[in-house]
Write a protein that binds this ligand. Structure first.
Ligand code: URA
Length: 237
């Protein structure tokens, strides 16, 4: 059970002080009855809450798919640069949202933004074997030897990573699947085989592909089946 003003502000209905005013004005109902005091408590999962006769669908967490554009930081806030959180439309803003895993500033594609720390942890932990699929353009003609090196696990000086799958699409372009999230991982893996990545886009997380109808910078909420599939262990490319 939680205070009504807290429940409604968590759902981005309005600020707590605005909700208190709305309560005074008799604009809020719970289970059909007008709520008189902000201290009144309800179960947000089972109570029917209405604001100005419009029912509020309670969502404990938000799961947002963004097609991240290049040039934007994967961070919750930054004093100077635009972040992915700044791109969210008003109706999807709420406290506690963060990008689950980072894409470099120049990387595009599927970024999950959520306030569910547990799901983010499972998605990002290499132990969960949730693979992320990337499309990479490079400046080198890729070979089957490069594919084998990726499959063996790349070592690059002190730096190393687990075996990964790479599939050459055509001369300089490839798909890569990894389940770790080391800093600049895909770029470093290609560097280790003598290639520079000139363009990188994340296409898939777990069993969920980027919705290609989303233009760069656009977002949509995951469906309930996608929330489950995002943690699925991906098969070979
Ligand atoms: N690997 C990289 O090098 N950069 C990214 O943004 C993601 C994976």
């Amino acid at each position: 059970m939680e205070r009504i003003d807290k429940i409604l502000s968590s759902q981005n209905v309005a600020s707590r002080s605005e909700i208190k005013k709305m309560i005074k004005q008799g604009r809020i109902r719970a289970d059909g009855k007008i709520v008189r005091r902000p201290e009144e408590k309800f179960d947000p999962q089972t109570s029917v809450l209405e604001v100005d006769d419009i029912a509020i669908t309670f969502k404990k967490h938000l799961y947002i798919m963004m097609n991240k554009p290049a040039g934007v930081l994967s961070a919750s806030n930054d004093r100077y640069a635009e972040t992915v959180i700044d791109l969210l439309p008003q109706e999807l803003r709420r406290n506690g949202l963060f990008p689950a895993g980072r894409l470099d500033k120049d990387t595009e594609g599927f970024l999950l933004i959520t306030d569910d720390g547990e799901l983010a942890h499972q998605m990002l932990s290499p132990k969960s074997h949730v693979y992320k699929l990337y499309f990479a353009e490079t400046d080198k003609i890729l070979t089957e030897n490069d594919v084998r090196q990726f499959a063996q696990g790349i070592r690059y000086g002190e730096w190393e990573c687990r075996p990964a799958e790479m599939k050459i699409i055509d001369e300089k372009n490839a798909l890569v699947q990894i389940c770790e999230g080391k800093f600049h991982q895909v770029k470093k893996m290609f560097n280790a085989v003598g290639a520079n990545v000139t363009y990188l886009k994340r296409l898939k997380i777990g069993g969920v592909s980027l919705d290609e109808t989303l233009a760069p910078g656009e977002v949509r909420e995951l469906t309930s089946s996608e929330i489950i599939d995002i943690l699925s262990r991906t098969k070979a490319i």
